[in-house]
Design a protein around this ligand. Structure first.
Ligand code: ADP
Ligand code: MG
Ligand code: ZN
Length: 606
């Protein structure tokens, strides 16, 4: 086993302590022990011997120490250098001096023992404690999290999380799955009698901000059992060997407190597949191995349930997912329309609201938002109400904060030239018109040419009536056409085009590309998967699985889709050119118009 990383810190501390002890022994202690000693020359020594004032002489390795008695029968100590003096013994004998004896020391053996042994030991321990505390502070753990991974280490226990399932909205399936765990913790006997073993480990899996941590705390709160919580990243920051020791402690303590819950948040930080990547992480592997051992070692029937959360389940080591370990998965997905409304209402309970708040509109405008985003929207709305000097939150506050959380701050006073504003108006109406003139698009909810800090100069908000899960090929194509409608309007009305369509182009291209590589929506490639998504929960990277030749053909196919959608957008706008002008001028004047206003103007005959 490699312990490369331990060597440094421990040797380092050892050297510090040794140095301190050495300093104490050589300098500090002798200062206490030495009584006053006077140095004299050899002649003086001989004279004093002859005068009979010297009582005791001790010949040492490098010097001669002697005691001269004074009036009160006390003696003071003198030293002198050694000389090659063969007569000395005779001289001393004749003078009747006690010689060769050890000079009595002032200190008692007890004092000596204390100074040389106990004192350094005490300093040693005190120093160790100090270092331990320093390390704790560095790790930011709550008071007394650990003391060198000894078995008496305290691990964060929270007897009452104070959360219940009522604090979690819109995760009915997850709650249902966890209800069994709660039931088991309430009454382990019932399960024991039948011989049923509850899953030892339950893995909460889902994107960030969906309430995984919240759910785990709610399970503890519902079951009214101790909750041992630790985050995977806390293990990794520790010294080598510490993570494993801590896992051991965690399970030791938990078993003493059963029934209880162990919650390992962000387990992917220690549970990463052991053969992933070229660099292996000894510490993480050791911790993971210890975790596996502990999970196998304890008896699930005792009433210890291990919950863990991750948003990267695909990176987890397969060993963690084997039966007897985290064999139950509870998906915690992004909330749907109903769920979003429920979450908004839940968080809105903490703020004062106007009577006529319509949460379903807000929920419909926030497709794809996580629970954490929605909580943030409610809070931003309350902050806005305060800024506006109001005592309660209006619908307007909520709608603004949707845009804030999703699209960035409004810059009301940013100066934009009239010319730019005109272009942006046509651009946005271009989107809206193309959307309205197609069958499968979501209705326009709001159009605005008030710029945001996100960089967008305008903004067309479409809101679906229902939550959409599947998208048909027609819908995908129409969405691309709508995205290209902004730039198309610019082309028709002005001689030139602007940079304002960059984001539209990006989105349209991504969708067109996905149609070809992932959704099987192109004739060229039929239902061949050309790409895999590596990390579905972090919306992230995907890998092309094709040859360079095919890759070029994909690009052609994507371009074909985009070109045909672009032409369609131009056609729609040409056919409705009068309305385009009328609506764009109206938007320029009002800056923000609602979907209703838009539809009224569109359907009114000119
Ligand atoms: P995760 O652990 O999945 O990343 P958290 O549990 O930390 O997410 O959620 C962060 C915050 O978002 C919670 O404290 C809560 O305020 C809010 N939140 C998230 N999901 C929900 C939900 N389903 N119901 C109510 N609040 C939620
Ligand atoms: Mg979390
Ligand atoms: Zn646009």
């Amino acid at each position: 086993m490699e312990i490369k990383n331990t060597k440094k810190p421990f040797i380092y501390y050892l050297i510090i302590v040794m140095t301190v002890v050495l300093l104490i022994n050589t300098f500090i202690i002798p200062m206490f022990l030495k009584r006053h000693v006077t140095q004299v020359d050899y002649g003086t020594f001989l004279r004093e011997v002859e005068n009979g004032r010297v009582t005791t002489v001790e010949v040492q390795d490098r010097q001669i120490a002697f005691v001269i008695k004074d009036g009160q029968g006390q003696g003071s100590i003198y030293v002198t250098g050694l000389m090659d003096d063969p007569d000395l013994v005779n001289r001393l004998y004749n003078a009747g001096v006690k010689f060769g004896r050890v000079i009595p020391k002032e200190s008692s053996p007890l004092l000596e023992f204390f100074l040389y042994w106990i004192l350094p030991l005490v300093i040693f321990i005190a120093l160790g404690q100090l270092l331990a505390r320093k390390m704790q502070e560095k790790m930011g753990g709550p008071g007394g999290v650990m003391s060198f991974g000894k078995s008496n280490a305290r691990i964060y226990v929270e007897a009452e999380t104070g959360k219940t399932f009522a604090d979690v909205a819109g995760q009915d399936e997850a709650k249902e799955a966890l209800q069994e765990v709660v039931d088991f913790l309430h009454n382990p006997k019932k399960y024991e009698e039948i011989g049923a073993a509850i899953p030892k480990g339950v893995l909460l899996v889902g994107p960030p901000g969906t309430g995984k941590t919240l759910l785990a705390r709610a399970v503890a709160g519902e079951s009214k059992v101790p909750f041992f919580s630790i985050s995977g990243s806390e293990f990794v920051e520790m010294f080598v060997g510490m993570g494993a020791a801590r896992v051991r402690d965690l399970f030791n303590q938990a078993q003493k407190k059963a029934p209880c819950i162990i919650f390992i948040d962000e387990i992917d930080t220690i549970g990463k597949s052991r053969n992933s990547g070229p660099v292996s992480n000894e510490e993480r592997e050791q911790t993971l191995n210890q975790l596996l051992t502990e999970m196998d070692g304890f008896d699930g029937r005792k009433g210890v349930v291990i919950l863990a959360a991750t948003n990267r389940p695909e990176t987890l080591d397969k060993a963690l997912l084997r039966p007897g370990r985290f064999d139950r998965r509870v998906p915690v997905e992004l909330p749907d329309l109903k769920g979003r409304e429920a979450i908004l209402k839940l968080h809105a309970r903490k703020v004062k609201l106007a009577d006529n708040i319509d949460f379903s509109t807000i929920a419909r405008a926030t497709s794809g938002a996580s629970g954490a985003d929605l909580a943030n929207i409610v809070n931003e709305a309350a902050l806005r109400a305060v800024r506006m000097g109001r005592k309660y939150v209006l619908q307007e506050d909520l709608e603004e904060s949707v845009e804030l959380v999703i699209a960035g701050y409004q810059r009301k006073n940013a100066v934009i030239s009239t010319k730019d504003k005109l272009i942006v108006s046509y651009h946005e109406i271009g989107h809206a018109l193309v959307a309205a003139k197609q069958k499968h698009t979501a209705p326009v909810h709001k159009i605005s040419i008030i710029p945001r800090t996100s960089g967008a100069l305008g903004y067309t908000m479409q809101i679906d009536q229902d939550e959409r899960v599947l998208m048909s090929k027609e819908e995908a194509l129409e969405q691309i056409t709508t995205l290209l409608g902004g730039r198309s309007a610019e082309e028709i009305v002005f001689d030139t085009v602007t940079t304002g369509a960059a984001n539209d182009i990006e989105q349209a291209t991504r969708l067109a590309r996905n149609m070809v590589t992932r959704f099987g929506m192109s004739e060229e490639f039929d239902m061949m998967a050309l790409e895999t998504v590596n990390n579905p929960y972090l919306g992230g990277d995907s890998t092309l699985l094709v040859s360079a030749n095919t890759s070029a053909r994909i690009d052609e196919e994507v371009l074909k889709i985009i070109k045909s959608c672009h032409q369609k957008a131009i056609r729609i706008l040409e056919e409705n050119k009068d309305k385009l002008h009328e609506l764009a001028r109206y938007l320029l004047e009002k800056e923000t118009i609602t979907g209703e206003e838009f539809m009224n103007l569109l359907s009114a005959s000119a």
